[in-house]
Design a protein around this ligand. Structure first.
Ligand SMILES: [Zn+2]
Ligand SMILES: [Zn+2]
Length: 424
């Protein structure tokens, strides 16, 4: 007689708990339409806005997890290449993207920071970007060192954009913590606390994070080998997210044309094989165990699950491909895929949040640019521009705006009212 190793019964699902049910804020049960739901005051919403290491796919950006809390806080764990596109599609105004926690400095975990910094400053984030991350063995290998190097890489761009109002938008407040500080608190705001611990990921300075807020908890392991600290510090988390590599080097050799040893060495020194993901889940015993940072090959899903199930028979889900969204309360967890529009840019931020001010003035006076166009471009280059009279028909001709007005103002109250914000 066949038996079901996970228990359960017909009509219930064999590994789905009673608490797999919609949370109060969920109004569309099968898909998440970003921007249409207000998160409940006691809820946490976790969105996998990037889910792969490499290669990137049309449906998988580099790893990034957005965590939104019912108290209005929004945190980002890693910021891999392509995630920005997903985050903006999730109706998050780019000016509000802030508090980015980097697990380590492999580029698949932070690349879009260099895209975000100048453009969100240009579009109204006139205040510093806050980046949290580990130190390294030497200063230049730490998060601050990376940010300094990134600013050097961006030098042409940052100077060029300095002819716009930027204010303090280029500033990056780096909260660099000691990578050796086990289970140290690296963030404490508004009742949300983030702790970190070291991970074995082939080089010193890789970290895991645990967020605790309002009795709910979320863990992101970052990259690394299965380890005792993670089993200990992640224990009992509501949502435990581990990176996972399906340990099938022989198949990968056939798929990608790379030598088997390259894949084996990479996993065995850097990563969490799928069996180990299940083993860690068993130790941590979360309400839901999730895997991300995985090349989501549908033909390997069954194998991946089988390996995880060698140890873990609890609630399991993939944080891949993009974008999986998880709503969490104390008595419910609900998982959906987000429906992302092809067009973006429809939301403006709550500027009170961005600028850290409680009021909405009639007009906002914007910061003066620091480096004029005349100071960074030869007159000859401008003289070579084609006379606009030649391409504008006379009846639509307008004088080009080549000098910014003084003062630079924005009718902020009117703009926010137009976008439905209650400004009083
Ligand atoms: Zn990675
Ligand atoms: Zn890595």
């Amino acid at each position: 007689m066949p038996t079901n190793p996970y228990g359960g019964g017909p009509g219930t699902g064999i590994s789905l708990p009673e608490y797999f049910k919609p949370t109060p804020s969920v109004n569309s049960r099968n898909q998440y339409y970003p921007g249409t739901e207000e998160l409940g005051p006691d809820e946490m919403r976790i969105s996998f806005v990037g889910s792969t290491p490499f290669p990137p796919r049309r449906d998988q950006a580099g790893t990034s997890i957005m965590v939104e809390l019912g108290n209005g806080e929004r945190l980002f764990f890693d910021f891999g290449p392509g995630c920005l596109r997903n985050i903006i599609s999730m109706q998050v105004p780019q000016q509000e993207i802030n508090d980015i926690f980097l697990s380590h400095l492999h580029v698949d975990h932070y690349h879009d920071l260099s895209y975000l910094l100048p453009f969100s400053a240009w579009s109204g984030r006139y205040t510093p970007l806050r980046v949290h991350g580990p130190s390294g063995r030497t200063p230049e290998l730490g998060t601050q060192g990376m940010v300094d190097g990134m600013k050097q890489m961006l030098r042409w761009h940052l100077e060029a954009f300095d002819q716009f109002p930027i204010g303090d938008g280029y500033e990056v407040d780096v909260n660099e913590f000691d990578w050796k500080d086990e289970n140290g608190v690296c963030f404490d705001r508004n009742g949300a606390q983030v702790r970190h611990w070291r991970r074995s990921h082939a080089k010193d300075g890789a970290s895991a994070y645990r967020l605790d807020w309002n009795g709910l908890s979320f863990v992101w392991t970052g990259d690394g080998r299965p380890d005792e600290l993670t089993a200990e510090y992640a224990a009992g988390a509501d949502v435990f997210v581990t990176e996972c590599q399906t340990d099938t080097a022989r198949l990968i050799q056939q798929k990608y044309g790379l030598p088997e040893w390259l894949y084996n060495y990479t996993i065995d020194t850097h990563h969490t094989p799928h069996y180990a993901a299940g083993y860690l889940m068993k130790q941590v015993n979360p309400r839901i165990g999730m895997v991300t940072h995985i090349e989501f090959e549908e033909d390997l899903v069954a194998e991946t699950v089988a390996g995880i199930r060698a140890h873990w028979d609890g609630f399991l889900a993939f944080g891949a491909p993009d974008v999986v969204t998880v709503n969490v309360t104390s008595d419910a967890i609900w998982i959906r895929k987000a429906v992302l529009p092809g067009l973006t840019g429809s939301r403006i931020p709550d500027f009170r949040k961005v600028l850290g001010r409680p009021d909405v003035p009639e007009e906002l006076v914007l910061p003066r640019p620091r480096l004029l166009r005349e100071d960074q471009q030869e007159q000859l280059t401008r003289d070579l521009e084609i006379d606009p009279h030649k391409y504008y028909p006379p009846d639509v001709y307008k004088e080009p705006l080549v000098q910014l007005p003084d003062p630079l103002t924005m009718p902020i109250r009117q703009i926010m009212e137009n976008f439905g914000y209650d400004v009083d």
